[in-house]
Design a protein around this ligand. Structure first.
Ligand SMILES: Nc1ncnc2c1ncn2[C@@H]1O[C@H](COP(=O)(O)OP(=O)(O)OP(=O)(O)O)[C@@H](O)[C@H]1O
Length: 304
């Protein structure tokens, strides 16, 4: 069982379904409304835990009802919460997600406690990282805390996985050097490399740029097309997505990363198989509404 530490965000999401998204100044009525757990960090942790990983979380919530709800949700998925701080005078992170009938979404996020994770917080719980096989982070928490966690991981020979989402304007050279596997979508890859990525040749070229930056593993999620991977001087290729009727793509990328990491062997020999599994898990997520409620369990992913 892979031991996985996730450093990242936790939000309480309010999802509102509408026929179509409102234009600026317009009012529309909702068809349905519900709350559920979200935040890229928590989504990835839950995807990993539901698919066989032993997961620890480093993050922060406020001392409020939303924070309590989030902690209960993580507990339901057996996620180790020793690395989570409850901060006074701070709101728990929240997201307001509008989804229309075509599956398009618009999201507003209030970072709150997620933006208060400090380097010293990470150092205090470093033992969670050093006893893991993998460390995963995204860009919904402070860069300095991610760099600290990746430094601790590299010193302990723990494989670091960076999901550069939401798309960064640039990525620090320090963090890149500490990253073993980068998992962007196409937009994020374009932002990082400064190149258009619309076909295989451009993907190959972008992969070379990433490898030259010092990152040996690249996995690019391509939505309904699946994923592309390139491991410097070892292997590269496409793994096709499952053909499904997508209703809401919220947490598709998060499910992919969590499920993939739960299945990836530490020597990365089974990379294609692990990506195939990530595709399967996220193909189930896109057929359901919401973030965490839509993330599948291993038993569902193993059904054909
Ligand atoms: N329409 C779809 N049909 C089947 N699989 C899909 C579809 N959309 C996404 N996926 C699966 O989910 C994975 C991640 O999707 P995507 O590349 O859209 O990530 P993302 O942009 O990070 O998504 P999000 O930000 O919505 O979570 C894909 O690699 C694929 O396996």
């Amino acid at each position: 069982m892979n031991k996985i530490t996730v450093l990242g965000s936790m939000n309480l999401d309010t999802t509102i379904r509408t026929e179509r998204l409102p234009k600026p100044g317009e009012t529309v009525h909702s068809k349905e409304m519900f709350t559920g757990g979200g935040g890229k960090g928590a989504n990835q942790a839950i995807a990993a835990a539901r698919n066989g990983g032993e997961v620890r979380f480093i993050g922060a919530v406020g001392k409020d009802t939303a924070g309590k709800t989030i902690l209960e949700l993580l507990e339901q998925d057996d996620i180790n919460a020793q690395g989570i701080k409850e901060l006074a005078h701070t709101r728990t992170g929240s997201a307001y997600v509008m989804v229309d009938d075509k599956g398009e979404n618009s999201i507003i996020i209030h970072g709150g406690a997620n933006l208060k994770i400090s380097e010293s917080h990470v150092s205090e719980v470093s033992q969670l990282i050093t006893t893991s096989d993998f460390l995963i982070a995204q860009f919904e928490t402070n860069l300095s805390s991610i760099e600290k966690a990746f430094e601790i991981a590299k010193q302990a020979n723990v494989t670091t996985i960076l999901n550069p989402a939401p798309a960064p304007k640039e990525i620090s050279a320090k963090l890149i050097q500490l990253t073993d596997i980068l998992v962007p979508n196409e937009t994020e890859l374009e932002m990082i490399t400064g190149r258009k990525v619309t076909n295989q040749k451009e993907l190959d070229n972008a992969a070379q740029v990433i490898h030259q930056m010092g990152v040996k593993g690249l996995i690019v999620t391509l939505g309904s097309k699946g994923a592309f991977y390139s491991f410097a001087s070892v292997a590269s290729g496409f793994v096709l997505a499952f053909k499904v009727d997508a209703k809401d793509t919220t947490a598709a990328g998060d499910t992919f990363i969590g499920a993939l990491t739960a299945k990836l062997s530490v020597d990365m020999r089974n990379i294609e198989e692990a990506i195939h599994y990530g595709n399967k898990a996220s193909s189930l997520t896109v057929q359901r509404y919401g973030a965490q409620p839509s993330i599948p369990y291993e038993s569902e992913c193993l059904k054909s």
